[in-house]
Design a protein around this ligand. Structure first.
Ligand code: T4K
Length: 377
């Protein structure tokens, strides 16, 4: 088996046709309005709210700042129970908003927060739960909402991976007190960089928009110090153009995932995550696979290195678990977080993106099958 001629990356940004971008840029040039909530941004927020079928949405320069400002606007203090199996941004945002993360373990099917572990960690210092719909799989929204309600906590969703996901026909943006989406270039739906918040309380929009503009109110006064987290007009333009493309991008992701599932199912010790729960329409944004070294006869790191020799750049999303990162080791966890640590050591995310040909996915599968059978090196 021959290696790919050029690297096959875990993801590549999808791009709108250049002529559409140029036409949109011409409009921005004519307006001479580049940032600070211009007309393109207003249109983008409006279309997003329509797409998500919710009342309102606020966009920002990236998802991390969106989450930080959402936490600040909610006026939270104390401890927030969250998952150690995520991209570090979720936990960075908590710390930078002056909150103390407390890690709970994850459930086995979709690697999201385990509600039982969450409830066991609640103390009088707990103010909120921050879940992550990791790899786009919704966390246990109903169970966690019930726990939050029972204990008077806010429920915040890091939905960075979950744009376009629905549960029983309802957009995932409508769950919890606050949801954050990332529109980073590596996401199926993006705005070069970008992020958004959706919220239950309608007055939240004003608060977060003010915080994103340094905290300045209409009179030029600052009550709550903010930062600069404003989305530019060019970002909003790309977002608008990408929104039209999302259904086709999701459809291609679905086709890729179907091939991985079918072709890798017979490989001993290689497991894709469970299929989505009933009623969930996923966005097929990631293709994570778990390697059981005792059954597969090789470790995740062995497979990762072997794939690199074939020019396939799979990624260890998300390793190490956040609780094992230097900055966060001192934080309290209620238990050994053994599942999160185990998963972080065994997971590998395979290439999946809209311009990846299905023939290449088959070739990646041929290579994985051969490596696992001891025929690749
Ligand atoms: N919460 C969660 C759960 C998240 O996963 C994230 C972001 C956030 C919050 C925060 O949202 P943002 O503040 O980012 O809006 C990438 C992304 O930078 C990050 O947005 C994303 N999660 C994370 C899962 O992945 P890296 O460090 O892995 O990116 P990088 O540069 O290694 O790129 C990944 C692959 O994409 C590479 O193979 C190269 C390729 N690539 C990348 C870029 C940027 C391209 O081909 N072209 C490009 O322009 O973090």
């Amino acid at each position: 088996m021959t290696p790919f001629e050029s690297p096959v990356l875990v993801t590549r940004p999808n791009l709108p046709p250049l002529e559409d971008v140029v036409a949109g840029l011409a409009e921005i040039w004519d307006n001479r309005w580049l940032t600070n909530r211009g007309p393109m941004l207003e249109r983008f927020e409006h279309r997003l709210a329509e797409f998500l079928r919710i009342d309102d949405v606020a966009v920002f320069t990236n998802g991390t700042l969106a989450l930080e400002l959402g936490l600040q606007a909610l006026g939270l203090t104390g401890e927030v129970i969250t998952t150690p199996f995520t991209f570090v941004s979720s936990v960075n945002a908590l710390v930078r908003a002056g909150l103390t993360p407390v890690f709970a373990d994850i459930e086995p099917a979709h690697l999201t927060l385990d509600p039982a572990h969450v409830e066991a960690l609640i103390t009088p210092r707990t103010c909120a739960i921050l879940t992550v719909h990791v790899f786009g799989h919704p966390c246990r929204v109903e169970q966690l909402a019930a726990i939050a309600a029972r204990h008077g906590l806010l429920l915040i969703h890091d939905a960075a991976h979950a744009f376009g996901v629905t549960i029983n026909g309802e957009s995932i943006a409508g769950f919890g007190d606050l949801s954050m989406f990332s529109f980073h270039a590596t996401k199926p739906f993006h705005a070069l960089e970008g992020g958004a918040l959706t919220f239950r309380r309608p007055d939240m929009k004003r608060s977060v928009v003010t915080l994103a503009n340094h905290g300045l109110d209409a009179e030029g006064d600052v009550v709550d110090p903010g930062t600069n987290a404003k989305m530019t007009e060019v970002q909003a333009l790309i977002g608008l153009l990408m929104l039209q493309r999302l259904p086709a991008i999701i459809a291609h992701g679905r086709a890729i995932e179907a091939i991985y599932r079918e072709r890798l199912a017979p490989v001993p010790g290689l497991d894709m995550l469970a299929l989505p729960d009933a009623g969930v329409m996923p966005n097929h944004a990631f293709a994570p696979v778990l390697i059981d070294p005792d059954v597969a006869g090789l470790t995740r790191d062995d497979l990762h290195s072997a794939l690199l020799r074939y020019n396939i750049v799979a990624r260890k999303y998300f390793y190490p678990a956040i609780c094992d990162m230097t900055a966060f080791r001192h934080l309290r966890g209620g238990d050994p977080l053994w599942r999160a640590r185990d998963v972080a050591g065994r997971i590998l995310t395979l290439p999946l993106y809209a311009t990846l040909p299905l023939a290449d996915v088959h070739r990646i599968c041929d290579i994985i099958v051969a490596i696992c059978a001891g025929r690749g090196n």
